[in-house]
Write a protein that binds this ligand. Structure first.
Ligand SMILES: [Zn+2]
Length: 66
């Protein structure tokens, strides 16, 4: 993974994003944990992937490297 740009709080807010503060251990768990059932809808898998990706980016930005 390449170094992500620093978070621009205003740009994130403009996209409708909200801030979510997590303990590093919780973010690490989230980044690695998939509990989608085998028959989960594609939308569910996409959401799970997105959440886990964002958790790992947050760790990376914090210098904690998932
Ligand atoms: Zn999942």
């Amino acid at each position: 993974m390449t170094d992500p740009e620093p978070t621009d709080a205003q740009a994130e807010a403009a996209r409708g994003h909200i801030a979510l503060w997590l303990d590093p251990e919780d973010a690490r768990w989230l980044a690695r944990h998939c509990c989608c059932p085998d028959d989960a809808a594609e939308e569910t898998h996409d959401r799970c992937l997105r959440l886990r990706f964002r958790a790992s980016v947050a760790l990376h930005r914090s210098g904690l490297h998932g």
